[in-house]
Design a protein around this ligand. Structure first.
Ligand code: GLA
Length: 578
């Protein structure tokens, strides 16, 4: 695989000068139903002071019982276990804290604090949680209510319930020999509240600043595009993330290592733009590098080189900061990591861990976009730690014109079907649909390739000035439904005859396939989809998606004439159709 650094070096050598645009990618969650979480922990019982000369209680309190599990389409935040009795008097045992029961997949409980409360751990996606132990009774004196841990919602399924943290009423009869009875059982935690995110079930959809603005971004630019995502109808079609790419930060930190922001460009800091985006009902994305110095240092595009513009050495601090600012998505680039010879899998695992820690603290989940250009085969390890991973170099470089060859090369590089599953996607890079120079046919083929691949859809064109035709390509609901199909399968090539190719994406339901006839030859040609190659029976119904036309019932195969470098996108359904 060619080296992105060399490409970029070539680029900057040849193209310093006029600012144009580049491209970036990242994604967005589409559907809700994202996470489940535990409930809040129960309130502890009240304390009762034991007798003055108490010498300890005899029995512990009963266990707290968990709250009823709930099912929540959007996940829940975890329960808050109470700690147990904090200060048993003589002889009294400290109550054990309730533990959070099943949180969401990505959830992890905080450490409970006082009184020996145990940590609630995030559970597995799915149903309501079982609960756990309440506290054992403090004898002479009830324990103080502890603070609970927070469990963050996870992938899918019902919200779980937090366990009851029990606090214990103290020994009632504290006499000379101490309290007799242990604490009361804690009450179960309430059902978990809806979680903020989890892994999206569909490939992320949104817009990113890199293609059209390179590093020349500020509050006004991002606000304008966020506004346009709403006014253009992209939001209504399902686009959700507004992603700030390279250029927002020039590598500065304060003496404590916190990122500092140029508030002339970002009034109110980065939180203000995240708030603005959220106010539109959208989600916000941000960007950094896995190394010390980011791409803006090695390959400046429209700004002076920015040393220190990476997060190495500050992973926990920076990702917590992004989360606190309100960002729901983070893309982590590889310029510094690559230059320094860092091991990609190790660095991105550490970043993933930092993101999880940040989420546990703030309750805000972040989509993690790995951007190391396919180096070190990320499809082998990134699915376990991220939502999406780049599989190739950039689809366009700063100053270049859109090029169909790059679109096809990036599509080919992303073919790792077994790595993909709901919430985890090969990323062939951001879209260049609608950028100056592409025809309607090229825009449609590009969009169809990303749809059939089940790739993240991050538009990169200027949303405030796109034509109705471009908007039509980006928002075609049948194309988006193919892209967002619940199975999240990547389409695969089922036949190839001298560049006359057929790709098939298995869709949810019975006998449904999205099929792309792609002509990579130099002349118009007939391309035939054989239904047996698609794993279907002999009789199907065929629909041309871009033409929005039902073509009727077909037997054994369907053939269409396709111009050179063009494509036909079909929906093929087994049987004779409705
Ligand atoms: C790399 C990435 C691009 C973009 C630029 C920013 O090239 O692959 O998507 O983020 O850096 O400099």
């Amino acid at each position: 695989m060619a080296d992105c650094r060399q490409e970029k070096t070539h680029l900057t050598t040849l193209r310093i000068g006029g600012l144009v645009a580049l491209m970036v990618a990242t994604g967005l969650a589409c559907s809700s139903g994202t996470s489940s979480g535990g409930g809040t922990g129960g309130k502890g019982g009240s304390s009762t002071t034991g007798g003055a000369t108490a010498a300890g209680g005899t029995s512990g309190g009963a266990s707290g019982s968990g709250g009823a599990g709930t099912t929540s389409a959007t996940g829940g935040s975890g329960g808050t276990p109470n700690s147990g009795g904090a200060s048993a008097r003589t002889g009294g045992t400290t109550g054990l804290g309730g533990t959070i029961s099943n949180g969401g997949a990505t959830g992890s409980g905080d450490a409970a604090t006082d009184g020996g409360g145990s940590v609630g751990s995030g559970g597995i996606a799915g149903s309501g949680g079982t609960t756990v132990s309440g506290g054992a009774g403090g004898a002479s004196k009830g324990g103080a209510t502890g603070t609970g841990g927070v469990s963050v919602g996870g992938t899918s399924g019902g919200g779980a319930t937090g366990s009851g943290g029990s606090t214990l009423a103290g020994g009632k009869d504290g006499g000379p020999s101490g309290g007799n009875s242990g604490g009361l059982a804690g009450t179960g935690g309430a059902a978990g509240a809806a979680g903020t995110t989890g892994n999206p079930s569909g490939p992320p959809m949104g817009w990113a600043s890199w293609n059209s603005f390179a590093a020349k971004i500020n509050y006004t630019v991002i606000k304008g595009q966020a506004d346009a995502m709403v006014s253009s109808g992209l939001k209504a079609a399902g686009y959700q993330y507004v992603n700030i790419d390279e250029g927002w930060w020039q590598g500065t930190r304060d003496s404590a290592g916190n990122i500092t922001i140029d508030t002339a460009e970002w009034p109110g800091g980065m939180q203000a733009i995240a708030d603005y985006i959220h106010g539109l009902g959208l989600k916000a994305g941000i960007y950094t590098d896995a190394g010390k110095d980011g791409c803006g240092y090695y390959y400046p595009t429209g700004r002076p080189a920015a040393p220190g513009s990476g997060s190495e050495g500050h992973y926990d601090q920076d990702f917590l900061q992004f989360s606190k600012w309100g960002f729901d998505f983070v893309k982590v680039d590889w310029c510094g990591g690559s230059k320094e010879g860092v091991v990609a899998k190790t660095a991105y695992q550490a970043i993933s861990d930092s993101i999880k820690k940040a989420t546990a603290q703030t309750g805000r989940a972040m989509v993690f976009s790995v951007c190391n250009w396919g180096d070190a085969n990320p499809w082998d390890w990134a699915p376990a730690m991220s939502t999406m991973w780049r599989t190739s170099q950039d689809i366009i470089y700063y100053g270049d014109a859109p090029d169909m060859k790059r679109v096809l090369a990036n599509f080919d590089s992303a073919q790792h079907a077994t790595a993909q599953s709901p919430g985890h996607y090969n990323d062939p890079d951001m879209l260049i649909v609608g950028m100056s120079g592409f025809s309607l046919a090229q825009n449609r083929t590009h969009m169809a390739l990303w749809a059939i691949s089940g790739a993240p859809l991050l538009a990169g064109n200027k949303l405030d000035s796109m034509s109705a035709e471009v908007k039509g390509v980006l928002t075609n609901s049948e194309v988006l439904a193919i892209n967002q199909d619940a199975l999240a399968k990547q389409g695969t090539k089922v036949s190839d005859s001298g560049g006359l190719q057929v790709y098939s994406k298995v869709l949810s339901g019975t006998g449904r396939r999205a099929v792309l006839l792609l002509n990579r030859s130099t002349a118009t040609a007939t391309i035939t989809a054989r239904f047996a190659d698609l794993g279907l029976g002999a009789t199907v119904s065929v629909r041309d998606i871009w033409a929005a036309t039902d073509l009727g019932s077909k037997t054994t195969s369907y053939a269409a004439s396709v111009p050179s470098n063009d494509s036909v996108l079909l929906m093929i359904t087994e049987g004779t159709g409705p």
